[in-house]
Each structure stands twice: as C-alpha cells, then as structure tokens.
Write a protein that binds this ligand. Structure first.
Ligand code: SF4
Ligand code: SF4
Ligand code: SF4
Length: 549
C-alpha cells in the first residue's frame, strides 16, 4: 500500500512495517486507536505531489483548454510584463503557463475563503460547546463525514477532531499558494495538478464547516420534512423593521435570531438574507426568509427594503457603504475579512454602539454577542425614520420615463453588458411609457451595474430595471430549509437500483446565475433530452422557469 507522506511522518516504524494494519497505542494527528483510523484509500492525508501521478493521467487524457483573459502580468516588481503574441515575462513565464498559474491562484483564493469560514465557525462552536463535544448527526447517519474519511482516512468524533482536519488543509493550502509566486512552478500540468489538490481541500473544509454548524446550531440532520420557508423579495413585509444579512457565515444571524426570540420580537421584525447566510439562517430558524442570490444583491439593496444591513463574509459588494447611504440603511460589518475601513466598536457597550452607528451610518462589531441586540434595536429605531422613504428609494414610472428621455442611444450599455441584454432598446421603449422590455430585463439581469457605470448620461439603470420589475412581477416562492446529510437508508434505497439499472440515476443540473441565458438554453435542452428519453410525458412534466434566482 502506498502511504502519503503526511501519514508516514506521523506513524511509528512498527506500524509502517505492518503495512498499515494498525494495532496498539498509535497517534495520527491526535486520532488514537484502530477504530479511529480508516485507511480506505492508498493516500490518506495526501501532500501536494502524492496524487500527481494520477492527476497527470487525467490531464494528459483531458487536456486543459485556456482562453486568455488578460495578456498583462503585474504580479511582481519585475513587471508589468506583456505576455501577448508569444512573448515571455521577465521570469520566463508564457501566456499558457500564466493562465494555469491564475487558475491555481483562483482555486487557492476560493479554498482559503471556505477554510477561513470553517475556521471561524469551528472557533465559534467550540467556544460555545467545548472541544470535546461529540459529533452526532442522528441515528440515521452512519458515515458522519464521507469526504474526511475518504481523504484523511480518519473518523471524526468531536469538534476538536474537525479542527485537526482544518489544520491539515491550512498547511497544504500554504504550500499551494506559494507555488504561484514568481519563479516557482514552471509546468502547466503541475499547476493544474495543484489546482486539483486545492479543489480536494475545498471539499474537505466545506464538509468540516457544515458539520460544525449542524452540530453547533442544531440544524436539521438528514430530515426529510424540514420546514417550508419563504423566498423572494415580495415575501418581506416592508411595514416592519427589516434586517438584511448578506454573505456566507451564519454566526451573526444566529445571535440576531436568538435576541429576537429572547425578547419575543419574532412577529415584529423581519430577518432575511441573501445567499448562503440566508439559506443557513433558515436551517436555524423557520422564521428567517431568503431574499435571493448574491448576484442580484444590488437590486435588493437599491429596493430600500432593508433598515439594517449586516454583512459577514464573501461575495458582498465592496461598495455596500456607498449603496446603503443612498437608501438610508445602516450597515454593520461583523467579520475580520471585511472591515470596510470602519472603526472597531466592539469594546463599547451595545447602547454606545447603537448611538455611534446612528450617527455614522455604519460600524464594525467583531464581538458577535453584541451583534444580536445592536442589529435588532437599530432596526426598530431606523425603521421609524425610514418608513416614509422606503417606497421612494426607487424612481417612480413617470420619473423613469423622464430619465429614459435623456438617453442618447449611444449603445454603450448594450456593449458592456456581459449577457448582451437589450438595455438600450428597453430604455428607448420606456421613453414612450412602454415598460415591458425593462420588466423582462428584470427577470434575467444580475445587477452587475456595468451598463450603469458606462452610461454617458449617468442614468441609474439598475434602479430603473428594479422598479419596473417590482411593479410587473411578484417574487414570492417557497422552499424547504436545508435538510443536511443524506440518510444511510436513502443511499441504500437508490444505490442498488442505480447499480442494477432499474432507475437512471441522479442528474445534477448545474448552472451559474451569472449566465442566465445559458441556464435557459441548458434547461430547454435538458427538457428535450428528457422528452427524447420518454421521461417526460403527459403524466410527468418538467417545469422550466427562466427566473434568474
Ligand atoms: S511574475 Fe513574471 S510575468 Fe509577472 S510581472 Fe513578475 S516577472 Fe513579469
Ligand atoms: S446590470 Fe444587468 S443589464 Fe446592466 S450590464 Fe449588468 S447584467 Fe447587463
Ligand atoms: S449607455 Fe446610457 S445613454 Fe447610452 S444608450 Fe445606454 S442608457 Fe442610453
């Protein structure tokens, strides 16, 4: 059996000579006894190059394809270097290698975000429950962490064990990131092999983070009938104070929900969110609501629905302070990854923080204990002063018509739209008081704001699209709160029929809301394929909707 160096380093010679039939008092990253160590694969805890031979097999069969996005490199002080037309940079790198390097860099950034998020979750949960708190996902889940078991060869039993998995990932990630430095890796295939390693680490850290929050915040553990929760901007009651949480880290939302429950304010205040923070908040409380995806956050912010915006981490608009100011919403930053230049108010009392944020419009609180009370009490105060202006954050139809009449029809909005939407045509129609095209744009636009930035007449195009969309459409849906892991029984139920060919299997229909046109095309093709396979007929239908949600 081939053993990863990470393991060799940690086990005794006696154990190695027994070819990993482990007996006696051995310790691998603190995991003791035979039952803790499940070396299912040949490379538990692989280091950067342990799976390289296999990556190369795959990469030589399926060659990477590069579409150069930028031919200028500015990553070190030798530069900037022009890599266009077959030229090399001062370090000897060419365009293809640079693309592979950027792929690895992007993978490291993504994995680091998930690892740091999981690290924060683990620390918060350990502080609450202790390092020795057991991981128990209910009687229906036997394999508590399939990815950890496969990659690490260990069984995690306590929150402290999860921390050790993170330690492995963080160490590996440092090595990967260092490979992107000037004058390091010099092979496209090696960059790609490292990117695959980063992808594996990403799977690990996300599993660790989710187990931590399931255990720490008592989220559903493989339950089938989780509560039905509300989704869509129209589910939010604008006649109540509204707290909008944006980001990926549920911890601040849990303190807000706890404080509301403690004070019996569930009926009085709306707590809603955008993206993963929202999804996880509904796993914590069925009263939380999901506004929509991060890709449409500018629309949601501009709509003015939020009295208080609480940001945690990842994929939040970095101009959130500027945008919130336009609608009179106040902002609370809660995470060390996103401080926004704000003064850290954590050392003040909650009442002092509330007064400071009311004066300054925003504040940084790195003590989550205080976020609950501050967000809720601020929402009650701010709501009173914003109530009248909430409906006026966006221009009315007459104003939209007047704005449209300032359009010179230069066409730049169409040119810069990543999806080539007919922005100009929609505005030209609005000049005549016809808004159907703008309403249609609302369905697919993901509010990147590029058209607006480019507009030579400085028209607030995203606000115009949002207002018309809100008047023409009702975004109100229901979804089930996230249910957590799949039960062993469920796996067995589908496992055998899939292997025996009784059922066709599971189809993952993946897409990205940043490319709504592509999603619609794929959904249509998918429907046709199902029809051809006679899986869609008069009795079984497939609904394909084109909402970019
Ligand atoms: S990393 Fe290489 S290509 Fe990039 S700026 Fe430095 S020397 Fe030039
Ligand atoms: S905001 Fe919407 S319409 Fe404007 S450029 Fe972005 S996707 Fe296109
Ligand atoms: S960029 Fe502005 S002025 Fe030019 S066509 Fe678009 S909306 Fe009109």
């Amino acid at each position: 059996m081939r053993v990863g160096r990470g393991v060799k380093r940690l086990i005794t010679p006696t154990v190695q000579s027994k070819n990993l039939k482990i007996k006696g008092n051995i310790s691998i990253m603190g995991f003791k006894e035979e039952e803790d160590f499940k070396p299912k694969g040949p490379n538990p805890m692989p280091k950067v190059t342990d799976l390289r031979y296999w990556d190369f097999k795959l990469l030589n069969r399926y060659h990477p394809f590069y579409m150069p996005v930028c031919d200028m490199c500015c990553l070190c002080t030798f530069g900037k270097c022009d890599l266009g037309k077959g030229k090399k940079g001062a370090c000897g790198i060419d365009m293809k290698l640079q693309q592979a390097r950027l792929v690895l860099l992007a993978c490291c950034i993504g994995t680091a975000c998930h690892a740091a998020h999981s690290r924060h979750l683990i620390e918060a949960v350990i502080e609450k429950l202790g390092r020795d708190h057991p991981i128990h996902l209910g009687n229906s889940i036997e394999i508590e962490a399939p990815i950890v078991r496969t990659v690490m060869g260990i069984k995690v039993k306590t929150l402290g064990d999860l921390e050790k998995v993170l330690e492995y990932c963080e160490e590996q990630l440092t090595h990967l990131l260092s490979a992107t430095h000037t004058g390091q890796e010099g092979s496209v295939l090696d960059f790609e092999s490292k990117a695959l390693h980063a992808g594996m680490l990403d799977d690990l850290v996300r599993e660790v983070g989710d187990i931590a929050q399931i255990v720490g915040y008592d989220m559903p553990k493989g339950e089938v009938d989780t509560p039905v929760v509300e989704l869509g901007i129209n589910c939010i009651d604008r006649n109540k104070p509204v707290i909008l949480c944006i980001g990926h880290n549920v911890v601040p939302s849990t303190y807000i929900i706890d404080y509301m429950e403690e004070k019996g304010l569930e009926e009085e205040i709306e707590v809603c969110g955008i993206c993963c923070t929202a999804l996880d908040a509904t796993r914590y409380s069925k009263d939380a609501k999901i506004v929509g995806p991060l890709s449409r956050q500018l629309m949601f912010i501009r709509s003015g629905v939020a009295d208080v915006i609480v940001v945690d981490e990842q994929c939040i608009r970095v101009d959130i302070l500027e945008e919130a100011k336009k609608t009179g919403s106040v902002v609370i930053a809660t995470n060390d990854k996103m401080c926004l230049g704000l003064e850290d108010l954590s050392h003040l009392s909650e009442d002092e923080i509330i007064n400071r944020i009311l004066r300054e419009g925003a504040g940084l609180i790195l003590d989550e204990d205080k976020v609950g009370k501050v967000a809720v009490e601020l929402a009650r105060i701010v709501f009173k002063s914003r109530r009248a202006m909430k409906e006026r954050c966006l221009p009315g139809l007459e104003e939209i018509r007047a704005l449209a009449n300032r359009c010179t029809e230069c066409g730049w909005c169409n040119r810069v739209c990543p999806n080539s939407f007919p922005v100009m045509e929609s505005i030209v129609e609005a000049k005549e008081g016809k808004f159907e095209k703008l309403a249609d744009l609302y369905r697919r636009c993901y509010s990147c704001g590029r058209c607006e930035s480019e507009c030579e007449r400085k028209l607030p195009l995203v606000s115009m699209i949002t207002k018309v969309g809100e008047l023409y459409h009702t975004l109100e849906f229901n979804v089930r709160a996230g249910r957590g892991p799949i039960q062993d029984l469920e796996i067995r139920k589908v496992g055998a029929p899939i292997v025996l060919g009784d059922i066709p299997g599971v189809v993952a229909f993946a897409g990205c809301t940043n490319y709504p046109n592509e999603i619609v095309i794929r959904a249509g093709a998918f429907k046709e394929a199902l029809k051809d396979a006679e899986l869609v007929n008069d009795h079984v239908t497939l609904q394909v909707d084109t909402w970019n949600l």
